[in-house]
Ligand binder design. Sequence first.
Ligand SMILES: O=C(O)C(=O)C[C@]1(C(=O)O)C=C[C@@H](O)C=C1
Length: 290
Amino acid sequence: MITAACLTKGSTSDEAARYLFRGIDAQIDYHRIIADVFLATANGKTQYSVIPIENTIDGSVGLHTDWLVDEVDLPIQAEWVYPSIQNLIGQRAELSEDNGELAYDRIVKVMSHPVAMAQCLQYLRKHIPHAELEHVGSTSEAVRIVRDNPHRGWAAIGQISAAVDNDLDVLERGVTDHDNNFTRFLLVGSEPFMNGEPSLYKTSILITLPEDYPGALHQVLSAFAWRKINLSRIESRPTKKKLGNYYFLIDIEMSMDTVLLPSAIAEIEAIGCLVRVLGSYPSYKYETNE
Ligand SMILES: O=C(O)C(=O)C[C@]1(C(=O)O)C=C[C@@H](O)C=C1
């Protein structure tokens, strides 16, 4: 059996974890905030942590990236994408007109995870502009708070499974501002992970450029370019040491066990860059039978 830490039961992370672990005997250990999800594995309580890292609409999740890079030393062992379908959840009887139609004006507060909320901002602005928006640790926590506070005009943005588990109604389905909304998740931990045939292998590295070296980033990229190594993402994040200082996170579409990649990294180190390998791992596509 494998063990994995994840955000609260009924969250998008929970559904995504169950998808990755399908067919595997896995025990999921739930936590209210992402710091505790990381720490469960860092402190040896679970083998893995399930981390949402990037969303189609809202982009990279900065806080989670910073934890991965600065706070723990847990290699990435897999990545996968999972659809992020958000719904407006609450008590239908309390929040609808006599004819059963949703009464947006009765909703005084909407709660959700900041990333889930960000995926629905245009919807909220259009239909419930008067409501207070409140961020909580996960979408499922938002649903639970709404359940525990009936008759106050509160609603949550979250998963259908959380509505069912908490005896609440799905007031409106699919309220994200764009279709095809997916979240990319990472599985981090010290042991390799495989479940089925990955669509490709990736390696993620963190690069700190030497100071006062004009064209350093250009040289880094050219080490990959002339070897025809495909990069799928490059992102800069502040080092938090000095305004204007950044490190670069690069996702490479290649496993570390090739001759090419270690030689590219050696070339980058030779110009004075610091390179940290965050993991070399299988990448899984989302496949549905529907
Ligand atoms: O709150 C949840 O349901 C989560 O799993 C968190 C989270 C995130 O942090 O990115 C994960 C995916 C969703 O797209 C929105 C929120």
